[in-house]
Design a protein around this ligand. Structure first.
Ligand code: ADP
Ligand code: RBF
Ligand code: MG
Length: 220
């Protein structure tokens, strides 16, 4: 696999710079059904809604990276039950208010390779899930921009570029200035293996309790 000729790490070790981090949330909806999953790159699609996400209409199309939190139902195989002995100040692992925080890469735009006419937001979560999570509430803390969207001569080149994006994201996020301070996160860093981190980035948004309208959305 040819390695794309671009940086393997984004941004300063101290953390994201303005306008990042950006916030977004929504319920995971069905996407284009192109079988991204079969390619090994499933993407959770979120509605693009500029009333709830004002920055989205002016943000450049491209590939972004950051953190995704999911409020999985107890019936999901990746659900982590919260332990009754957990103290708010020592929320060690995941599961705060039901939310688990994962590293992610995402694409916002028109997917030039597929020539979409509608702008989409799709998130590839850097975790091997044992089941789908359509209809679940997802929150994003977008920490930076990786590259512009491109057209490709073939699917293989697109996949190679996306896999490289995943490595850039994991390496960039596995630094204290880039990881949330409210919860431990797990990142599988290329060449270094699985790391559990507690960072310095303000990420309370990812694990705050859901409002009743958010909960309603999730159950409909
Ligand atoms: P669609 O076209 O409906 O978006 P995909 O093939 O892109 O279909 O698959 C996306 C779905 O796969 C997500 O909505 C989610 O339920 C599930 N999924 C499983 N693992 C992941 C993952 N690591 N990242 C994103 N979605 C995942
Ligand atoms: N689609 C494109 O047409 N061009 C891109 O440069 C591109 N980059 C992507 C980067 C990431 C990290 C992700 C998750 C998706 C990207 N896509 C891009 C969207 C891709 O075409 C879509 O997810 C397909 O359905 C994958 O098979
Ligand atoms: Mg998708």
């Amino acid at each position: 696999m040819a390695t794309p000729n671009r940086p393997t790490l984004i941004g300063d070790p101290s953390g994201p710079s303005p306008p990042y981090p950006l916030h977004m949330s929504g319920t995971v909806i069905s996407g284009f059904g192109r079988g991204s999953k079969e390619l090994g790159i499933p993407t959770a699609n979120l509605p693009v809604d500029d009333t709830t996400t004002p920055w989205i209409s002016t943000t450049p199309s491209g590939v972004y990276f950051g953190w995704a939190s999911l409020n999985l139902p107890a019936s999901h195989p990746d659900y982590i039950p919260s332990s009754s002995s957990d103290q708010p100040h020592q929320q060690k692992t995941r599961g705060a208010n039901g939310f688990i925080v994962y590293p992610m890469v995402m694409s916002i735009g028109y997917n030039p390779f597929y020539k979409n006419t509608v702008r989409s937001a799709e998130v590839h979560v850097l975790h091997a899930f044992q089941a789908d999570f359509y209809g679940v509430e997802m929150r994003l803390l977008i920490t930076g921009f990786i590259r512009e969207e491109k057209d490709y001569s073939g699917l293989e080149a697109l996949i190679a570029d996306i896999n490289f994006d995943c490595e850039v994201a994991k390496r960039s996020l596995a630094r204290e200035g880039w990881a949330p301070r409210e919860v431990d996160v797990e990142v599988d860093v290329p060449g270094e293996g699985r790391k559990v981190l507690r960072g310095r980035l303000e990420g309370a948004w990812l694990i705050r309790p859901s409002t009743s309208s958010e909960e309603q959305q999730q159950s409909t």
